[in-house]
Ligand binder design. Structure first.
Ligand SMILES: [Zn+2]
Length: 345
């Protein structure tokens, strides 16, 4: 999967030898970004020809606009636009950067507000791009990572479908609150002990605790949800008390086995398996009772916490309430003389 993505990113970079804008002075083909080439006009700038050329560590060229880069950066693009070069119109600035093309591609696309979805960047590349944005002064990251209207936000969040914990760690590492909340909704079937020390370190203690509380609270509530005890109806000749108990035992066993699968248990599976037990019952009264139990479980399922944000707020609220009502004991309890052992001499 990783290799496929890298190949896709490379394919979208042109290999040319005769672009007059770059004036490489050699017949050797050079790799030029398919977007940021000599004809790139920008989107919001209204600029004409690019006037600044960046070369990645793996020899791919990106042609952009000096004013766009300078305006976007809070540190003159890591000091490069001030210390090393002087901007002269009609004379492209040429700068070498330490980052590879797939990282710079994300960085420049984000700077110009262009979606990077077509390149299907890997999570590692996205992570490196965010670090590069810090390095080159494209801060605060919230400018480029707002929920709802940011192409980069959507691209990173899409990674949570197949790498939920890693995406959540990235959000925690960069302290991007909305992204952490949205990514946490994809971690619901993750097993907590699979989080490596390295990943936990990247999340940071606060985001790790939030994830822990989400999973812990969800498991606790799910156990209560599946702890059912269907009532019996009046005994009939065609459905005795013993038969009813057997039906309910089967139903409770199925519900319990589903609960034991936590966190790898899903709503569709719950509905399908419990419905099957009910449908195998011939007594209509028993069926109605089991149907009510299934409805209760499915409704309760909708109330389970699904993201770290809500669980965290509840957790904070619980602690505040505990502190408000906590009273230290006024004196030590008096021991029962029956259990007091006399001191030995
Ligand atoms: Zn019955």
């Amino acid at each position: 999967m990783e290799n496929n993505r890298d190949q896709k990113a490379v394919k979208l970079i042109s290999v040319v030898s005769s672009d007059p804008f770059f004036k490489t002075g050699t017949v050797t083909p050079v790799q030029i970004s398919d977007v940021f080439n000599g004809t790139f006009k920008g989107i919001r700038t209204g600029s004409t020809t690019p006037d600044t050329i960046f070369r990645s560590s793996d020899d791919v060229y990106f042609a952009v606009h000096y004013t766009t880069v300078a305006d976007a950066s809070k540190n003159a693009f890591g000091g490069l636009l001030v210390a090393d070069v002087e901007h002269v119109p009609d004379r492209p600035i040429r700068l070498n950067l330490e980052e590879p093309a797939d990282v710079l591609n994300i960085l420049f696309l984000t700077m110009y507000g262009i979606p990077c979805d077509p390149y299907d960047p890997s999570l590692n590349s996205l992570c490196a791009a965010l670090q590069a944005m810090h390095k080159y002064g494209l801060t605060p990251l919230s400018r480029y990572l707002s929920r709802g209207d940011s192409p980069l936000y959507a691209t990173i969040l899409s990674q949570a479908e197949h790498s939920p914990l890693e995406t959540y760690a990235l959000a925690g590492e960069q302290d991007i609150e909305d992204l952490a909340v949205d990514a946490s909704t994809k971690t619901l079937d993750c097993v907590l002990h699979t989080i490596s020390v390295e990943l936990a370190g990247r999340m940071g203690i606060m985001y790790l605790m939030r994830l822990y509380r989400l999973m812990d609270t969800r498991e606790e509530q799910m156990k209560k949800l599946f702890n059912i005890d269907p009532k019996l109806h009046e005994e009939r000749t065609d459905c005795t008390v013993e038969q009813q108990k057997e039906i309910r035992l089967d139903f409770k066993y199925t519900a319990g086995s589903l609960c034991w699968k936590y966190p790898k248990v899903y709503r569709n599976e719950v509905e399908t398996k419990l419905n099957k037990v009910r449908d195998d019952v011939s007594c209509e009264e028993c069926k109605a009772i089991l149907t009510a139990e299934i409805d209760g479980i499915l409704q309760g399922w909708m109330q389970l916490p699904v993201c770290a944000f809500l669980t965290w707020i509840r957790w904070i609220g619980m602690r505040i309430v505990c502190l408000m009502y906590y009273r230290p004991p006024s004196s030590l309890p008096v021991p029962n003389p029956q259990y007091v052992v006399p001191p030995t001499v």
